[in-house]
Design a protein around this ligand. Structure first.
Ligand SMILES: O=P(O)(O)OC[C@@H](O)[C@@H](O)c1c[nH]c2ccccc12
Length: 273
């Protein structure tokens, strides 16, 4: 039987084929946002007090509905006010309930760098990311070859976009070690079985070279997990469901950031003693 990831990618190929006919590449390049200089997400994540990249996600294959009513503009503003380093916007419709409209509305509502969260298998999707205001794209090592990662990350770089490359196991790491990748994300969730284990990040941390900003992705629902992951060299933390499952994701984000700041203060006091 095919796993969910294979199924998503098969659907994505059909979708991209159609989209290319509906909106020609040359029109994407005419978007006013194509002229905008993207923000380097690794820089803002490092400079932020939280290191958090917060996600806008309405549903997922693992949880079905998370939040069907949230307003992307309110959430984007809330994430910025919480002092986060970036925002991730799901643009897949069929499995995650996202859209390119969400991306462009997030762009209009905050000044955080935006990650287009998508299953990228074609250059056209990278041009679309730029045309709709993204600063960064995701490349998932489980669905791409080493050659494809090299090619797509260089292509994104030529447009000024940053690249977050996602891995789940040691076998995938080697393919991502290219100069045009900025950040390496360890997904604590296995995209084939949906199992979540924070130990995935801890186990892989040492093997990721220092040039890359290390991001721990998925299953983070407690600020203490961030404090626990920092000694392993993680500087970025991708969090979705923990905020999105709440009636008011912006408020949940704010409270989480406050708790995290308190933990950081307590830790520095303890270190001084
Ligand atoms: O909602 P969570 O458990 O905090 O996870 C966020 C993010 O890491 C997750 O949505 C994700 C990580 N990699 C992906 C690839 C595709 C779609 C979604 C994802």
């Amino acid at each position: 039987m095919r796993n969910i990831l294979d199924q998503i990618v098969a659907d994505k190929r059909k979708e991209v084929h159609l989209r290319k006919q509906v909106l020609l590449q040359e029109y994407l390049e005419k978007s006013p946002l194509f002229e905008r200089t993207p923000i380097r997400m690794a820089d803002t994540v490092r400079a932020s007090t939280t290191g958090i990249i917060a996600e806008f996600k309405r549903r997922s294959p693992s949880k079905s509905v998370i939040n069907q009513n949230a307003n992307v503009q309110d959430v984007a503003q809330g994430y910025e006010e919480a002092g986060f380093g970036g925002m991730s916007v799901l643009t897949d419709g069929k499995y995650f309930g996202g859209s390119l409209d969400d991306l462009i509305l997030a762009r209009a509502s905050c000044s955080l760098p935006l990650l287009r969260k998508e299953f990228i298998i074609d250059e056209y999707q990278i041009l679309t990311a730029k045309a709709y205001g993204a600063d960064c794209i995701l490349l998932i090592a489980a669905v791409l070859s080493a050659e494809e990662i090299k090619h797509y990350s260089a292509f994104a770089g030529s447009l000024g976009l940053s690249v977050l490359c996602e891995i789940h196991g040691e076998d995938e790491l080697q393919k991502t070690l290219v100069e045009t990748v900025d950040m390496i994300g360890v997904n604590n969730r296995n995209l084939k079985t949906f199992e979540v284990d924070i130990a995935t990040s801890k186990n892989l941390a040492d093997q990721i070279p220092k040039e890359f900003l290390k991001v721990s992705e998925s299953g983070i629902s407690d600020p203490r997990t961030i404090v626990e992951l920092m000694p392993y060299g993680f500087e970025g933390f991708l969090i979705g469901e923990c905020f999105m499952k709440e009636h008011d994701p912006a408020l949940a984000a704010f409270k989480f950031a406050e708790e995290l700041k308190t933990l950081h203060t307590q830790k520095s006091i303890r270190l001084k003693e």
